[in-house]
Write a protein that binds this ligand. Structure first.
Ligand code: GLN
Length: 190
């Protein structure tokens, strides 16, 4: 199994380290053709507008859309924004995750916070929120995995996992292992 991390901008090195700690092989994905070499993809946090600009500059969009429509993908924070079908007041990017998302929903950088969040099928995880979005409306096929107060902060839709928070900045590997398990199921065709 090889996990690719979209390495255009943002916290991709932290993700690489995080998945290496779990013991899985990783690949920093900087060119569209590298998507053929991986079994699952991480779209990291960072700045969604900047990542989108680089997606266009390196002609990633077509291949990213097809990867994210069929293979396991995990978007964190800006990654969740990039995956969403609707970003209130902002453009849609990859547009495969059926949610209406509110960007910068918890306030500015100074309002960053950490709080334990309970996730369905995963357990309690440490949530780090940095200018994070939340899901305002989730489509019928979207499984809500966790909430912070009333805000939806973790979702799963078939092959797609997305969180508002940054697991890669913690040493809590539960959600990473959950994703690896999902990738494993896709490899085995389950
Ligand atoms: N606020 C950023 C955005 O809109 C996301 C921040 C993050 O990924 N930590 O893209």
């Amino acid at each position: 199994m090889k996990i690719g991390i979209l390495a255009l901008q943002g916290s991709y090195y932290n993700h690489k380290h995080y998945f290496e700690q779990i013991g899985v092989e990783t690949l920093l994905v900087k060119k569209p053709e590298q998507l053929d070499e991986i079994d699952g993809l991480i779209i990291p946090g960072g700045e969604s507008t900047a990542i989108r600009r680089l997606i266009d500059r390196y002609h990633f969009m077509k291949d990213l859309k097809s990867f994210c429509s069929s293979k396991p993908v995990f978007g964190t924070c800006a990654g969740m924004i990039l995956l969403a079908k609707e970003n209130i007041g902002y453009p849609t990017h990859i547009g495969v995750l059926n949610v209406r998302l509110k960007r910068n929903a918890f306030g500015r950088q100074v309002h960053s916070f950490e709080e334990t969040v309970h996730l369905k099928d995963i357990g309690d995880v440490e949530g780090i929120y940095i200018r994070a979005p939340y899901v305002e409306v989730a489509g019928d096929e979207v499984d809500v995995l966790g909430k912070h107060k009333d805000a939806i902060v973790a979702v799963k839709q078939n092959n797609i996992l997305a969180t508002s928070f940054h697991p890669e900045l913690t040493e809590d590997y539960k959600i990473g292992k959950y994703f690896i398990n999902l990738v494993d199921k896709y490899i085995k065709g389950e």
